[in-house]
Design a binder for this molecule. Structure first.
Ligand SMILES: C[S@@+](CC[C@H](N)C(=O)[O-])C[C@H]1O[C@@H](n2cnc3c(N)ncnc32)[C@H](O)[C@@H]1O
Length: 226
């Protein structure tokens, strides 16, 4: 698989003030913690599970996930920005959390390893090809029966909200517009995921998608041994 060759360097540059920026940007959607809690609820992780947080940024979600999986579990945060990862390592001191510098389009991680994969507020940073690569990698590293949780922007209904959204989108690239117009459930199904649940909330500004990697079909018993 070849990567898209694209990375928005603005992501790297915003590391020193990212936490303040995201807190401010999510105010119209009900606040950052509301989104983080909704992602945790969609992930519904259990103690001892292994979770991968793709494009983890400054590690806020990874830290919360590490609390949920407990000492017997494991959280790996992956990001392409060393500055974001440095902030994550300063913030998240839990011994069951590790941060890895890698391109989420080609993960240096084994297949079928994780119970959950999360990617929040990051898919819109990628090109269409990048999004497919990242989602294909999420599928590969998930265990059969494991779950992917995506939280990202959504184009809201209503004139006033759309005007506000368009104002916010001045900060984003064309990739973000492309993503909000894309049929993400169809993309996930084409990659092999099972039924996709799409929940739009937070004033219509955000969406959470959950998709499961199907279990292998049961092999029929040989004749005479049914
Ligand atoms: C807007 S931030 C979101 C951070 C975090 N997930 C959150 O919920 O706050 C997007 C992050 O995606 C990372 N990123 C973008 N493209 C990436 C790639 N191809 N591989 C790994 N990380 C990437 C950026 O470095 C940045 O930290």
């Amino acid at each position: 698989m070849s990567t898209s060759g694209y990375y928005r360097t603005g992501c790297h540059r915003m590391a020193p003030f990212y936490d303040h920026l995201v807190a401010l940007a999510l105010l119209p959607a009900g606040g950052e913690m509301r989104l983080r809690r909704a992602v945790l609820a969609a992930a519904s992780v259990e103690p001892g599970q292994r979770v991968l947080d793709l494009c983890c940024g400054t590690g806020t979600l990874a830290g919360l996930l590490a609390e949920e999986v407990g000492a017997a579990g494991e959280v790996v945060g992956v990001d392409f920005s060393e500055a974001m990862l440095a902030a994550a390592r300063r913030k998240v001191r839990a011994s069951n959390a590790a941060f890895l510098h890698a391109n989420a389009e080609e993960l240096p991680l084994p297949s079928d390893r994780f119970h959950r994969v999360t990617i929040t507020l990051a898919l819109h940073e990628l090109t269409a090809r990048g999004r497919r690569n990242v989602l294909a990698e999420a599928y590969r590293v998930l265990q059969p029966g494991g779950r992917l949780i995506i939280a990202d922007l959504h184009y809201p209904p209503g004139r006033l909200k759309r005007a506000l959204f368009r104002l916010y989108m001045l900060l984003e690239t064309e990739n973000a517009w492309e993503m909000v117009r894309e049929d993400l459930p169809a993309v996930l199904k084409a990659l092999g995921f099972g039924p996709v649940q799409q929940d739009v909330g937070f004033g219509g500004f955000l969406q959470i998608l959950t998709a499961t990697k199907p279990l292998p079909a049961a092999t029929p018993a040989p004749p005479g041994q049914e």
